[in-house]
Design a protein around this ligand. Structure first.
Ligand code: TRP
Length: 338
């Protein structure tokens, strides 16, 4: 059978526009998503509804939502092959989110580790949205009858809960939702902080984090200051347990150049960290240069961006409406006359 949109499995992921994209997002996720479009029917959205569970500056949120869309396109997500949209443009997310709240238990939501973490970090704003965040996330996924959800480790618990909610609803009302599975990519490096190589690269640690829009000078500076290991051998060798800093730099270098660890070890034999760190920086600068330039070009083209998110919202809305109509009928709402 031909692999058309009707027969392809559905892949969906959301990213909160709460920070700029960094090298970890790129090498670990977005770069690899571009290749999935041939095999899957892919939906990617800016999760702006989710992001206001933490207080946002409105102008910044708007800017980042569009900048993130531009960066996705620049990373290779072709808007003709993927459905790229802004979550709040498809109001079915909020509507199904409400319904699913009524099929999600207080106890389940209370057990979410992300909720507990966020409560600790935002003690002055523990709002209801933070608590019911996972039912909205379940709505995001179930509206599109997604088969797979590519997510990191931190979102696995939310994906599990989505499966439980879908199964519960299906058991009460009959088959309504596809029960999705987390998607663990075959390729994709786990990139660690440059200054603290045992934690994941994160925007909250700006010195250890390389942003896609950083200038070449900034990138070079960050790699020069990258932490290598305090061993005395000063030798580029892949040993993640003993030498996490060097292993991280090797993963980055391997991801951007396609070279294997053996090839990298051979290339830097006898050269030491002093030569290795700037070489990784240079390779990253060259890998990100076209992405940054393309993202900047797209960000300046407001009309094009608007066309992309309009088309995305129309395509997504069509699918979302179909699921929501079915759900409204199942739970017993009177059919809408218009
Ligand atoms: N919660 C996800 C995160 O913080 C973002 C997200 C929202 C998401 N809705 C989603 C991810 C649906 C996958 C599917 O990373």
């Amino acid at each position: 059978m031909e692999n058309t949109a009707a027969t392809k499995k559905v892949m969906l992921s959301g990213i909160q526009p709460s920070g700029d994209l960094h090298l970890g997002n790129y090498l670990g996720a977005v770069k690899n998503w571009a290749a999935l479009a041939e095999e899957f029917d892919c939906y990617y959205f800016m999760a702006d509804l989710h992001s206001i569970t933490v207080r946002q500056n409105p102008a910044e949120l708007r800017r980042r939502s569009l900048a993130q869309l531009a960066q996705y396109i620049a990373c290779g997500l072709d808007p003709e092959k993927n459905t790229l949209f802004i979550q709040s443009h498809v109001h079915e997310h909020a509507e199904l989110g409400w319904i699913l709240n009524c099929y999600t238990m207080f106890g389940e939501l209370s057990r979410m580790t992300q909720f507990k973490d966020k409560c600790a970090k935002n003690a002055d704003n523990i709002n209801g949205g933070l608590f019911t965040y996972p039912s909205l996330m379940a709505a995001d996924i179930l509206l599109y009858q997604a088969d797979y959800v590519p997510v990191g480790e931190d979102q696995k618990q939310h994906c599990e809960l989505t499966r439980d909610i879908a199964t519960r609803f299906n058991n009460i009302y009959g088959e309504t939702f596809k029960v999705p599975e987390p998607y663990i990519p075959k390729v994709g490096a786990r990139i660690m902080s440059l200054v603290n190589p045992t934690s994941k690269m994160s925007k909250s640690d700006p010195h250890g984090c390389v942003f896609l829009l950083d200038s070449p000078e900034e990138i070079a500076r960050k790699f020069k200051r990258a932490v290598t290991d305090s061993d005395t051998e000063n030798c580029v060798r892949y040993a993640p347990a003993e030498k996490p800093g060097v292993a991280n730099l090797m993963s980055i270098y391997s991801s951007v150049t396609g070279k294997s660890f053996e090839e990298i070890e051979a290339e830097f034999q006898g050269k030491g960290y002093g030569a290795f760190k700037p070489a990784v920086g240079e390779a990253v600068i060259e890998a990100l240069r076209p992405v940054r330039e393309e993202a900047q070009r797209i960000m300046a083209d407001k009309a094009y961006l608007q066309q992309v998110y309009t088309q995305g919202a129309q395509k997504a809305g069509y699918v979302a409406r179909k699921t929501l109509r079915k759900v409204y009928k199942r739970v017993g709402f009177v059919e809408k006359p218009f």
